[in-house]
Design a protein around this ligand. Sequence first.
Ligand code: SF4
Length: 461
Amino acid sequence: MTHAPEAEAPHVLFVTLGCAKNEVDTDRMRSLLLRAGYGEADDTNDADAVIVNTCSFLASATSESVERTLELAEAAREGVRELPIVMCGCVPSRYGADLPSELPEVASFVRADEEDGIVSVMDGVLGRESVVPAAAGAASGPLTQPLRTVQGASAYVKISDGCDRFCSFCAIPYIRGRYASRPYREIEREVSALAREGVREFVLIGQDTGIWGEDLGEGDTLASLLTRLGEVVRPYGAWLRVLYLQPEGMTDELIAAIRDVPEVLPYIDIPIQHCNARVLRSMNRTGSAEEFSALFSRLRREIPDMVLRTTGLVGFPGETDEEFEELLAFVGREEFDYTSVFTYSREEGTAGARMSDQVPEDVKLERTQRLHDVAEELGFSATASHVGEVVDVIVDGLDTDGEVPELIGHAWFQAPDCDGAVHISEGEAAVGDVVRVRLTEAFCYELEGEIVHGDEGGEAA
Ligand code: SF4
């Protein structure tokens, strides 16, 4: 979809901070504004306004969001024309009422659940009459066209928003609200339109993807969503990847869908956070090392070549040395292909922040480093284990960091933006192509390979 802005259309610079879910939200706002006749600016010099889509998952992310906004305000002050800044997303959702007095540099604040009204906000800020008034009313009814402007061959697709779990370390339920699944029709429309436009990988995201459909009351489940979306993307040879599954969401039906729907990658992302039952209960989560081990053994049995990703959170209030050692040993034993490590952060408004037995900062950092070291060793060896394979790789772009520019992409076992990349030293392709690559070398989380043609490489993985 291309939208030519009007000759004198105001141009908006989009700055996105935080996670993939924010990328999707920015994408939606961008699409709404382009439809309403706005243009997109590449930097502050040719912008008439800036939208900063913020993150507030952790206190550090909130600070970064505010600092970035203030930097932009400073740049605007030094520029030759007015450059109103609109702050969107998680920071306004979390701190809404306090912000106007604390950040007078910002022209308007838009909570995450108000972002579909971005056109009216920008029209108001810039004193402009909307040329496509209907676009501003997206929130009032379903749109006939999906609001996406994806470039390249991978697209995040948000299947839900919000979370009902209230893990005691996490502010997301207070920022994003209660869990709400996107209706199937809306997801299907978006996926089919993007597949027609050349997208070859759909990364399904949400705060808790495993329970998708439960709140829709129509018997929908993530397994049924995957089965139906598999049929939608089959003619295009596209992949489906699911992130952020919770252990208790791994039902028989879902495991069967991941195993049996050919388009669903055997890439399983289950953020366990911890393995000690007491710590998990204190986190307001469920499970234990034994339960998780049984689940992962079963997954390995039923989905033989699967890749497993998890997240560990260290330094939660009350976590003892022994409990941390348990987590360390567990991660080593389960041999996760990829493990993200988070240091506990005392988040305002959460139950964890009110707990008295906070772990000292130096202990938290030391534990973070130790778990990170184990994760890295496992991740490097998992990456190296793919050398010699011939796999399908989605070409993401051109890497110009080295002496000679080379194509860069990612394989099925690498989620885009998080698990490393494949550098293609030999062969030609365009961004967005899916090519077969023989993997020849590994460096940390990165792989190198060359494009093979025809039957050279045997079966594509
Ligand atoms: S599942 Fe827990 S950690 Fe994840 S978003 Fe919900 S409350 Fe936060």
